[in-house]
Design a protein around this ligand. Structure first.
Ligand code: ATP
Length: 308
């Protein structure tokens, strides 16, 4: 029995790891909504990345064939640029990310999604997902060391690479403050990290993966000012030189995006830079005014909390 214990333990570990990584994938972008089975076409080639530019070409989509989630959406994300998706709940932001990650395939007549000119339905899912890094809203960590959790982004990552990624993701100093540094266990059976810390771990992981395309789902929860600054810096390091599509909630992200797409009922109702959209005085300008005033409320509240 003792002889069996080692292998069984290992199997258990593998099972948990695989299970966890499934959970990890499922949790990406709130994707837990029973995606259809997606199959690669016979002899599908791998995606060939030239510069990582994306295009949605007249994309319409319905989850249930009755209600419309996306309705004739067209936009481009040129090489290395950042596009922010904004819009009220149910506007179609997550659906855009889910379709790009191919959790659903578009059917005949529903438009096309292209990466460097290749229809994503025609290439292997493995090569597609290799090219895309995802930073979800609430990243799931393995019950393993924090070093493992970061190194998971790249097979065979060295300790130096892990530390460099943690530094760029603004989480290195925090890790050094843990009792066992990079060997400290995190997750449910280890140290509990805050939402902002987990997101920086996911950013470090993605930096190691080094994908040309990024999908970011920003956390909606309010962050304190220094965490916000750290995350902003980490994201800047990550986004640099990559094409990114972000579901944007933070004023900082919205203001610095190359292009903002404003979605409403599955359609793009406005698009442009922050300044252009403010000048337009439409849906975005109203959303912005709303956020700025509620942000003022938060900082006013913080100030009064400090004073009292
Ligand atoms: P939120 O900000 O709340 O995440 P969102 O802009 O990301 O919203 P989506 O999740 O893309 O919105 O949803 C777009 C539309 O598709 C909504 O009407 C939503 O109810 C519908 N929808 C989303 N997921 C499913 C699903 N699995 N089955 C049926 N309808 C869905």
């Amino acid at each position: 029995l003792a002889q069996l214990y080692g292998p069984l333990n290992m199997l258990g570990y593998l099972y948990r790891t695989i299970n966890q990584s499934l959970v990890d994938t499922e949790r990406l972008l709130k994707l837990l909504n029973e995606p259809r089975d997606i199959n690669d076409k016979p002899n599908a080639p791998d995606l060939i990345i030239q510069d990582g530019s994306l295009e949605f070409e007249n994309v319409s989509f319905s989850y249930d064939k009755r209600t419309t989630a996306l309705d004739g959406v067209s936009f481009k994300v040129p090489k290395g640029s950042s596009v922010a998706l904004v819009g009220e709940s149910g506007a179609g932001k997550s659906t855009i990310l889910r379709l790009l990650y191919r959790f659903y395939d578009l059917q005949e007549g529903e438009g096309r999604i292209l990466i460097d000119g290749q229809d994503i339905r025609d290439v292997t899912q493995a090569s597609l997902r290799k090219a895309i890094g995802v930073v979800p809203q609430d990243p799931v960590l393995f019950n393993a060391s924090i070093g493992y959790n970061i190194g998971y982004g790249k097979f065979g990552a060295t300790q130096e690479e892990i530390v460099a990624a943690a530094k760029a993701a603004q989480i290195h100093d925090r890790i050094l403050s843990f009792p066992d540094g990079y060997d400290t266990k995190v997750g449910e059976r280890g140290i509990r990290l805050s939402g902002g810390e987990k997101q920086r771990v996911a950013i470090a992981r993605t930096l190691l993966k080094d994908p040309p395309i990024l999908l970011l789902d920003e956390a909606t929860s309010a962050l304190d000012t220094s965490t916000e600054k750290d995350i902003q810096k980490a994201l800047q390091n990550l986004v640099q030189g990559r094409s990114s599509l972000s579901i944007a909630h933070r004023l900082s992200t919205i203001a610095t995006a190359d292009v903002i797409l404003v979605l409403k009922d599955g359609r793009i109702v406005e698009q442009g830079t922050h300044a252009e959209l403010l000048a337009l005085g439409g849906v975005f300008a109203a959303m912005w005014a709303d956020q700025v005033s509620s942000n003022d409320d938060v900082s006013a509240h913080r100030k009064s909390a400090v004073v009292s």
